[in-house]
Design a protein around this ligand. Structure first.
Ligand code: TRP
Length: 348
């Protein structure tokens, strides 16, 4: 469906970098909202290969392989390619074009203040070796969002600064050139941020603390059993802390049996021993139950993933179709931008 056929539906644009399989953090932050809203909004999902290149420009083949993985993840969680256009970023030249124009509307010091970019620079140990492409990727993300005229951007909490930057540029652009760009809102996962299995604030594949949606049962169990818990609880008979304890955060996020979660929390905080001296509730038990919950949650996704992976052409068919719809949409928005900026010259 093209934008012009359904002018009443509002649009969603969001995206992921194809740097690896998607994980539980992506699910909680954004995928869940996308699945929920795909019927209500005209949805575009960007496979952000250009953005991923900004810090992976030496390994483009890695990104190429991961486009397929990410699309399989989309299909596995239940995104319907008829409702959502899966769009490859590098195939939409309008995004690159918009990025150049937006660079005039932002200062170097504003870019250097972006907290997510600062975190990433630290995490990746960039030191003084910061590339312009990397520093400017938030501007390219503004172009991603506005090229599709998005009203809503479902993303994880870590993307808040990108939405703020987008709103600033849209307001500035519209003030200068006329009301052409759509001012978008972010939509953040209800649950907040899912910590890594090591207790770090953010789950990330490159941080080695992620549970991927495609992980098999044994892998999930192994990762859960080695999760960080309360470091001060030496014995299971001691009272434990549930705050900042990712095992409980995951129970909150994924365990449908809320009563059991409440009971686990109470017992864990109390501590105490059974008659035989064993803990009433040890870490191992809490983790075993979590592994069961996560495996039950992931199993239908694994099955769908395997089905879609069987037909090797299917993923590329879906991406070809989605990218064509994306280009159509971005092309229409770009016409408005060019005319507002008075660069719609009367020549071909
Ligand atoms: N920066 C996002 C992330 O790392 C991915 C992304 C690229 C994105 N372009 C986007 C998200 C546009 C929302 C909108 O997860």
């Amino acid at each position: 469906m093209t934008a012009s056929q359904t002018p009443t539906k509002k649009r969603i644009l969001t995206g992921d970098r194809p740097t690896g399989q998607l994980h539980l953090g992506h699910y909680v932050g954004s995928l869940q909202n996308r699945v929920k809203l795909q019927h209500e909004y005209e949805t575009y999902i960007l496979i952000a290969d250009v953005q991923a290149l900004t810090d992976n420009f030496e390994t483009p083949e890695m990104l190429r392989a991961n486009i397929r993985e990410v699309v399989l993840d989309y299909l596995a969680v239940g995104l319907d390619p008829k409702l959502c256009a899966f769009v490859v970023q590098s195939l939409v030249p309008e995004i690159a074009e918009l990025t150049i124009y937006y660079l005039n509307l932002v200062t170097l010091s504003r870019l250097e203040r972006n907290p997510t970019v600062k975190d990433e620079m630290r995490q990746k140990g960039m030191g003084d070796d910061v590339r312009m492409g990397f520093l400017c990727y938030p501007i390219s993300q503004v172009a991603d969002i506005t090229a599709f005229g998005a009203h809503l951007v479902p993303v994880g909490n870590d993307q808040r600064p990108m939405i703020e930057q987008t709103r600033e540029i849209v307001q500035r652009f519209n003030q200068l050139y006329g009301e052409v760009l759509t001012l978008p809102d972010g939509l953040y996962g209800e649950f907040g941020r899912l910590p890594g299995t090591d207790g770090q604030a953010k789950m990330g594949k490159s941080l080695g603390n992620a549970i991927s949606l495609a992980d098999d049962e044994a892998t999930v169990t192994k990762k859960v059993m080695s999760m960080f818990t309360d470091p001060n609880r030496i014995r299971g008979t001691e009272p434990g802390n549930i705050e900042g304890n990712p095992v409980f955060t995951y129970h909150d996020a994924f365990n449908p049996d809320k009563e059991r979660v409440a009971e686990l929390k109470e017992l864990y905080q109390k501590g105490g021993a059974q008659e035989n001296g064993k803990p009433i509730l040890g870490d191992v038990q809490v983790k075993r139950e979590l592994a069961t919950v996560l495996n039950a949650f992931l199993e239908p996704m694994r099955q769908r993933r395997a089905e879609f992976a069987r037909d090797s052409d299917y993923v590329w068919d879906v991406v070809r179709d989605g990218t064509a719809r994306g280009r159509q949409c971005a092309g229409e928005v770009m016409e408005g931008v060019r005319s507002a900026m008075k660069i719609d010259y009367p020549i071909e």
